[in-house]
Write a protein that binds this ligand. Structure first.
Ligand code: NDP
Length: 391
């Protein structure tokens, strides 16, 4: 039996992971499941899977979780320290699917135990790529990508030498507003931004797809995960979302990963790696698909892509600053305090104000990353309060 833990089990990636695990109940022993606040679903999942412990991140939810698990023999715990304790429990495979920088610490701690970390939480790599990779190397742990694009690249690289790679092309759907007139974007609402044309995902990543902040994170994630130069990484809009990524080699050949837009493919690949197993995903009928189309992304519509390039050039703690400012901008957009287009303006202002800040350490240490994250959140709120950001 393989011991598995799922951080963020109540979210979109977490639920898809559980769907796969429930199809092979004799193969897995569930060590720990975690959620943010959704106690009812977390307790239900823990009971169904016979988990050893269920942890809810919000400490105020402890009583409700304890009550929901009464009589089950399943331990209940709550709060950020309990998440870290869950990461300390021996597991062979850990899914990192908390949303945002909150996923960093549990993932980092799991790596210290030499586990295989299935990484959906791209924010970890954006904030602290070098730290995570060094930690994995130091402890003989392995990180497997779960983001569909990065899983696609990973699969295209099987048997290949990374030095033979000329370019990596990450595809993008273009999100909810890809065909909207530019003039209408400032009036776009959170509800409209949260409607993805092809993928079913959590609210935050879906809005980030509309702004392409998600793709911006993925460009940085590609650099951190595969160790290629920023100039080798491209993105192209592919509205059908059937090709997830392409790898171009020095001889001019390109390998594309093609499949239905269903996260259970990338999750299942990471779950069963290095084997391939039957997965409950739709098979493509290419004749029915007919055509696949591509277009270059417009940086006026998607300024986040330009910001990602500047972050990759700046290095240091700029990834942590970028992600934290983006998370705050998204919070403010969802709360109705700023408009859709203001998110990029706010993030760009925070990046500029914090560039070369003497308080930002240069070394890739956890303390430096956490300090940069906190400073950027404070700066984003301060800039917003002063109304002093680009509109
Ligand atoms: P969801 O919002 O659907 O789920 C997030 C999970 O994290 C939930 O379990 C949530 O709990 C929990 N959570 C939220 N805030 C905290 C916190 N502060 N501390 C601890 N746990 C918390 O997100 P997704 O599943 O869509 O995304 C998860 C990660 O995977 C993200 O990093 C995203 O970028 C990445 N990803 C997602 C894809 C997708 O298809 N959804 C595709 C590729 C990558 P609760 O339910 O109680 O709120």
């Amino acid at each position: 039996m393989r011991r598995v833990t799922i951080f963020g089990s109540t979210g979109s990636i977490g639920r898809n992971t559980i769907d796969l695990i429930e199809r092979a109940p004799d193969e897995f022993q569930v060590v720990a499941l975690t959620g943010g606040r959704n106690v009812a679903l977390l307790a239900d999942q823990a009971r169904r899977l016979g988990a050893g412990i269920a942890v809810v991140a919000d400490a105020d939810c402890y009583g409700a979780l304890k009550t929901a698990l009464a009589g089950s023999g399943i331990e209940a715990a709550a709060g950020p320290d309990a998440l870290i304790d869950a990461a300390e429990r021996p597991a062979d495979w850990v899914m990192s699917a908390i949303v945002g920088a909150a996923g960093l610490l549990p993932g980092l701690r799991a790596l210290r135990h030499g586990t295989t970390l299935a990484l959906a939480n791209k924010e970890s790599l954006v904030c602290a790529g070098q730290l995570l990779m060094d930690e994995a190397r130091r402890h003989g742990a392995r990180i497997l990508p779960v983001d569909s694009e990065h899983s696609a690249v990973f699969q295209a690289l099987v048997g290949e030498d990374i030095d033979a790679v000329e370019r990596i092309v990450i595809t993008a759907s273009g999100g909810a507003f890809r065909d909207w007139p530019l003039a209408d974007l400032p009036r776009a609402t959170p509800a409209e931004a949260a409607c993805h044309p092809n993928w079913s995902m959590g609210q935050r990543i879906t809005i980030d797809s509309a702004s392409m902040f998600n793709k911006a994170l993925e460009l940085i994630e590609t650099r951190e995960f595969f160790g290629v130069e920023p100039e080798q990484i491209e993105t192209v809009i592919h509205p059908e979302s059937l090709i997830h990524a392409l790898v171009g080699f020095r001889d001019g050949a390109m390998m594309a990963h093609v499949g239905a837009p269903d996260m259970r493919h990338a999750i299942g690949y990471a779950l069963h790696w290095p084997d391939r197993r039957d997965l409950p995903v739709a098979r493509l009928d290419l004749a029915a698909v007919g055509a696949m189309t591509f277009r270059a992304p417009c940086e006026t519509r998607y300024p986040a892509l330009r910001l990602a390039r500047s972050v990759m050039a700046a290095r240091g703690q700029s990834g942590a600053v970028f992600n934290a400012a983006k998370e705050r901008a998204l919070d403010h957009f969802i709360a109705g305090r700023i408009g859709f287009c203001d998110m990029a303006g706010l993030v760009e202002d925070v990046l500029e104000r914090m560039a070369g800040d003497a308080g930002l350490g240069t070394e890739a240490s956890l303390d430096n990353v956490l300090a940069a994250d906190q400073m950027a959140r404070t700066e984003a709120d301060r800039v917003l309060k002063a109304g002093a950001f680009r509109h």
